[in-house]
Design a protein around this ligand. Sequence first.
Ligand code: F3S
Length: 386
Amino acid sequence: MYLDNDDERVLAGEFGETRQKMMEILVALGGVYDAERLVPIASAQVSGASYKTIGRWGLAWLQSLNARVAVPTVLNPIGMPQEEWREFGIHEEFAHHQTEVVEAYRRLGIRLECTCTPYYLRITEYGEHLAWSESSAVAYANSVLGARTNREGGPSALAAAIVGKTPYYGLHIVANRRPQVVVEVESGTGPRSDHWGAIGHIAGKKVGNRIPIFSGIRPGRDHLKALGAAMAATGAVALFHVDKITPEARVFEFDTGGLDRVTVTQDEVEALFAETEVEAVAVGCPHCSADELRELADLLKGKTTTKPFYIFAARGVARSNPDLVGAIEHSGARVIPDTCMVVSPRMDEFKSIMVDSGKALAYVPGMCGALARIGTRKECVEIATS
Ligand code: F3S
């Protein structure tokens, strides 16, 4: 991989050992994927932020680093809300270690906005190169914003953040962003027929790691978020297109004539909605937008929760919408920032959890050891208040 003079000096250790190590990670990655050079990035998003997932060895590695990030960088959700962890039921020992993780990232200059929806907080432009690592954020950045990022691991995103560059391969190259499979969604009329998380959950299994293009659907931005998150979880989708909707499908004329075709049927969608008893309800995977908070506030109006109901959102989004948060919490539901139903140990204490997300449906059983049930947002509110 070609390195310019500055890159070579970083690799030689002229700017410190941490930068040198980070450059070594990027050079190794570039070698594996045959990248021709590095490309400057506009921002980074780093996963591996919950002590639940990285443990003491991950923490020790972070504490050994000594540098500052070179580009605006945010963290993925951590294992607890930074301020309200006691009320959320987090144990003291976990909170102590999680705080150490946060402190290690703070020393690196990372903004402690712990969210998988950084695009609600900072404008990301079409065509910008990024190094983001949370899979749903990657799918959104590539597909809905038309930015360019590979699906980074936590360490490679952090290396890119500190160096300010990432290897130029994969989805950074326009020619690699063409659709590889056409997805058709059978139309239906019921309230679950356009549940984008459920559709994505099924579509992801069918397309695997190929780049899909959907035809004949008209989802909004939050729907695209749910669709991409689920496909990234059950498949390995980092980029998808929707004919006439997503930016690259509008800019480029994709010839889909010779591509494989798969269909998501209404029977498959309906079959995901098993009706089992649950102990808790959790929505906001990926983190809720302001519009989604508004929808939940409307649905909860005049109701009182009868079981724990957690709604996850970026702290910045919750802070900018105090009226919506107040209306939601008046019902007994809680808007929880910085963390989520998958990476927080709090959720491990429930045996069964209802979610509205195709991604959470895939991850909750393995990550929380709980049975997961999916519902529409309205069904989640009904179960949480019945
Ligand atoms: Fe975000 Fe956690 Fe879901 S990181 S996409 S809310 S699993």
